[in-house]
Design a protein around this ligand. Sequence first.
Ligand SMILES: *Cc1c(COP(=O)(O)O)cnc(C)c1O
Length: 382
Amino acid sequence: MKLATRLLHAGRDRDPYTGASSVPIYQCSTFAQKDPEQRQPYDYSRSDNPTREALELAIADLEGGARGLAFASGMAATSTVLLLFKPGDHLIAGEDIYGGTYRVLTTIFKQWQLDVTFVDATDVEKIRAAIRPATRAIFVETPSNPLLKITDLAAVAQLAHEHNLLAITDNTFMTPVAQRPLELGFDIVVHSATKFISGHSDVVAGLAIARDATLGKQLKSLQNSFGAILGPQDAWLTLRGLKTLGVRFAAQQVTAERIARWLQSRAEVKQVFYPTLPGHPGRDIHVRQASGGGGAVVSFELAGGGAAAKALLKRVELMLPAVSLGGVESILSYPPMMSHAAMPRAERHARGINDGLVRLSVGLEDGDDLTADLAQALAPAG
Ligand SMILES: *Cc1c(COP(=O)(O)O)cnc(C)c1O
């Protein structure tokens, strides 16, 4: 079956007991045990819940993995995956991974003696150079946040396997509709399903998918032990979002590219960051490993610096000035004071996240209305 069909029918597309057209919200913590001596498929909702399981089966199918698991948030998914490692283990992570992942690695997991080296993941040789005897995994994200830098997924997977390391990636920005890292050799994919997968800015959820069954079993055991599971109501909302992910993401990518080009024509804009723009250094790699476009996030730096960026956020009328991304409504964020506020200014600037940088997550509005909103906010009349 093709992906567009699998978005609707992968896993369990109806209730096996009643035939209901959507899997019901099994809002229960426990299940009657008909015979204490016979194992049943469900006993307690932390371990297994039919609504969560429907989502887990669907995402495993879509990413092409042996097992999918749903968590209370993207950070719960990532943190549970990191529990695979032991004190003394070493990881290599891309220097522009999600801020929350950077924080959990440099605070909580650091206390547990998990050692991390952050490298420029656009250069596979820099990753190779960081490998030590204690290295166990490589964690990357492409396109990166907020500068949309590109990592060559197939090359990282190959490097990881040459050295017996796990290759892990956060696929939130592209979703399985446009990029499937397990097919390129990755071992684990994580998602903030809060973003494009649920897609309506109304749920916080996370997913992890393992390529092989052994790793899937290990992650399942960590999910059950640590307990940061997704509740049935939010699992249902995420499944509902998943059904329209294909059409939403396709439309959002097209509008995003249009807006990126429009921004390039504006004198107020110093630089536009978008993976499929001509001249983007990762363009060829991105086009090879992802389908349909450059994703639905565009970042741009204003010539007027921090003052201009803050003014833009205050003046937009249609766009939601907020953190987060991936919703049906366009969201305009200011990374220096939002997603990257925890990073010291000098560190931020060293990574190219300058004071004039804003990040736009393009929604489903008409592109003309979005550019009109940006135009009035960039150059207000009078
Ligand atoms: C938002 C986000 C996360 C964290 O997800 P939560 O659902 O907020 O915990 C992780 N990675 C990326 C790329 C994100 O955008």
